[in-house]
Design a protein around this ligand. Structure first.
Ligand code: COA
Length: 335
């Protein structure tokens, strides 16, 4: 059985920065409340004309360059997103066209909200290991602020936009995803949702008037499940990889709330310095949160070849997932 080593990585963010002080100007909140309850100081927000594919394409370009591959080498493009450019076609097809990846490559989207990167990693790893794909571009990108009502302080302080991407290639050595534990709980589908715009409630002027095109969320409930399910699936993923928590060099958690991350660290009995956090600069970037953190951790030298890295995420659905990845790119199988 081949492994699916991560051989390239990249990220892209909107240039526009919205600080907590900026939010204070138009909604009843404070920098103090946001920092104490979430750890977030600022976030990046897409501007008119910028689409999910804008950032997905840039992140994909960086990942291809890092891997030393050209667009014609790619035979599978998967994009994890819950904010596609359009209901259809898949935004992965738009990225294929933007990057000049030749026709015949396979392109599709995966929707698992903030768990999208861990879900998609399992999908692409499985396809690569099954031999139905060779050089894979896997991107997670969201413009979650598309769903934000900037008057709703319960949600508008939490989210930001961006994209992260990885390239995966077959390797004979045990690199890439070694284990993965995914789960969903549809019974809690209503804890966090966007009501209008789908087939259940097609958009009408009345629904728009009521603001039903925006995300609503029961934050406190989600908080509890996020801690429970990310911690439990993390421990399972570590065990499934034949490891102990002490073997994990770095944890890359979904960047939703610093208090959630600290509670998970406690359950995993992990020292704080082994947990990567960048949410103070980006907020919750939905599916893009884990790969943006992964890319920054690599660029800061926090991940070295041979390290075991634990990825863990949680999102609407409810969905959650954890994966152990071994970093490195030796033993690549020649094309
Ligand atoms: C949303 C979240 C930050 C709220 O923190 P919390 O400590 O649970 O706060 P509560 O919801 O209990 O609200 C406490 C008070 O702060 C108020 N509040 C909420 N947002 C506020 C804001 N931006 N500024 C100031 N006050 C705010 C609430 O109205 C409430 O006031 P009340 O007690 O008078 O009713 C937290 O629950 C959370 O992060 N949950 C997970 C959400 C998430 O990550 N979702 C995405 C999953 S991928």
């Amino acid at each position: 059985m081949n492994y699916a080593a991560i051989t390239g990585w990249g990220m892209a963010l909107p240039e526009r920065i919205v600080t907590n002080d900026d939010l204070e100007q138009f909604v009843d909140t404070s920098d103090e409340w946001i920092q104490t309850r979430t750890g977030i100081r600022e976030r990046r927000v897409a501007q008119p004309g910028e689409r999910t594919s804008t950032f997905a394409t840039k992140a994909g370009q960086h990942a291809l360059a890092q891997a030393g591959l050209s667009p014609k080498d790619i035979d599978l493009i998967v994009l994890a997103t819950c904010t596609p450019d359009r209901p259809f076609p898949a935004t992965a097809c738009t990225v294929q066209a933007n990057l000049g990846i030749p026709a015949g490559a396979v392109a599709f989207d995966v929707a698992a909200a903030c768990s999208g990167f861990v879900y998609g990693l399992q999908v692409v790893t499985s396809m690569l290991r099954a031999g139905v794909a060779r050089n894979v571009l896997f991107i997670a990108a969201d413009i979650f602020t598309h769903y934000i009502n900037w008057q709703d302080r319960n949600t508008c302080v939490l989210f930001g936009d961006g994209a992260g991407a990885v390239v995966l290639q077959p390797s004979q050595e045990a690199y890439g995803q070694l284990s993965c534990v995914l789960g969903s709980a549809g019974e809690h589908e209503d804890l966090m949702a966007v009501e209008a715009g789908g087939t259940r409630l097609p958009t009408t002027p009345e629904l728009l008037e009521e603001g039903r095109q925006y995300v609503y969320m029961q934050g406190r409930e989600i908080f509890k499940y996020a801690v429970r399910d990310m911690a439990a699936s993390s421990l399972q993923a570590v065990e499934q990889a034949g490891l102990q928590p002490s073997d994990i060099a770095l944890v890359i958690p979904h960047q939703a709330n610093l208090r959630i991350i600290e509670a998970i660290a406690k359950r995993l009995k992990m020292p704080r310095e082994n947990i990567f956090v960048n949410l103070e600069r980006y907020g919750n970037t939905s599916a893009a949160s884990v790969p943006i953190a992964l890319v920054e951790a690599v660029e800061q030298g926090r991940i070295k070849d041979g390290d075991h890295v634990l990825l863990t995420a949680f999102g609407g659905g409810l969905t959650w997932g954890s994966a152990v990845v071994r970093w490195g790119r030796e033993g690549l199988i020649a094309r």
